[in-house]
Design a protein around this ligand. Structure first.
Ligand code: NAP
Length: 271
């Protein structure tokens, strides 16, 4: 019987993951299918039932997206150490009926940044202190960046800063700090609030690299402001692509066919 993979989240109808993963299966002639598993958050038993029924449904692995990256952890039999450190699971493997949780957001974000810049000794601002910010902050520290965090809710920024030994920064100090890299890891700028941005042109250094991990829209207001400032920009779908490649590698134990996955991603972004 065909192995089933898929994405668990809500909503998932617009997810770009099926296109990327199906393209990878086709390229590698893998007899598997990648489905959408939209789990209604109104009924807390839905996620539990999904996890208990993976064997019956022939589910060999799945991606996890908002709002379940933390909640799914309670149904895991074991974790990869990175998932435990960043306290978030975006990839699950069904290994002999045991669910093992992984996180590929960290490597996805790092690889997206490395396409445009080197990371050691760079002064980096992360805006946000949620699950994605946490995954990215940990990766940047490991690569030797000097990481500062700003978050709307200061207490959450403090928790993150204390745990990963980051610096905190007040919003008004950001323009003076002259960051090499600025990352938006909040949902600010996401559809339908596409005109919102945490920073505007005058607050962004000309020689910086600005990455927004929001994928809807691809060119956020922050990235428009960064372009006006003369900065380099990285759109959110680069992280999306690399985290999906990481998932393929965990599930199939071989290099992901990145070009096939990338082509499928951009084809679907355009439609
Ligand atoms: P999360 O855990 O819910 O965290 C949300 C963050 O956004 C928090 O820091 C929150 O601040 C901040 N925020 C929300 N609304 C805000 C506002 N109006 N003003 C200022 N800050 C605001 O979510 P997450 O999982 O980290 O995801 C964050 C974003 O990253 C989402 O847009 C998600 O789609 C995107 N993402 C993209 C990828 C990718 O591969 N490209 C991967 C993962 C996530 P408070 O703490 O003050 O609430």
């Amino acid at each position: 019987m065909k192995n089933i993979y898929g994405i668990v989240g809500h909503p998932v109808a617009q997810s770009l993951s099926p296109a990327m993963h199906q393209a990878a299966y086709k390229f590698n002639k893998i007899d598997a299918e990648y489905k959408l598993f939209d789990i209604d958050p109104e009924d807390p038993e839905n996620l539990a039932n999904f996890c208990y029924e993976t064997d019956i449904n022939n589910i060999a692995g799945f991606s996890v997206t908002m709002p379940y990256k933390q909640e799914i952890m309670r149904y895991m039999d074991n974790y990869d150490p990175l998932a435990k450190i960043v306290d978030s699971v975006n990839t699950v493997v069904n290994e002999d009926s045991k669910l093992i949780g992984y996180n590929t957001d960290t490597t996805g974000a790092i690889q997206a940044l490395q396409e445009k810049t080197k990371l050691p000794d760079k002064k980096v601002l992360i805006m946000g202190a949620g699950g994605a910010a946490r995954a990215i902050a940990y990766g940047l520290k490991e690569f030797g960046s000097d990481v500062y965090v700003f978050n709307r809710t200061k207490e959450k920024a403090k928790v993150l800063a204390d745990e990963f030994e980051l610096d905190m920064i007040d919003f008004l100090q950001i323009p003076k700090a002259n960051f090499d890299i600025i990352i938006n890891a909040t949902s600010v700028g996401m559809s339908p609030n596409t005109e919102e941005s945490l920073l505007y042109v005058d607050q962004i250094p000309k020689n910086s690299v600005v990455m927004d991990i929001v994928t809807n829209p691809m060119e956020t207001q922050l990235l428009k402001e960064a372009k006006k400032a003369g900065a380099e920009t990285i759109t959110g779908e680069r992280m999306l692509l690399h985290q999906a490649c990481g998932q393929f590698e965990i599930w199939f134990g071989k290099s992901a066919p990145i070009e096939a996955m990338e082509a499928a991603l951009y084809e679907n972004l355009e439609t």
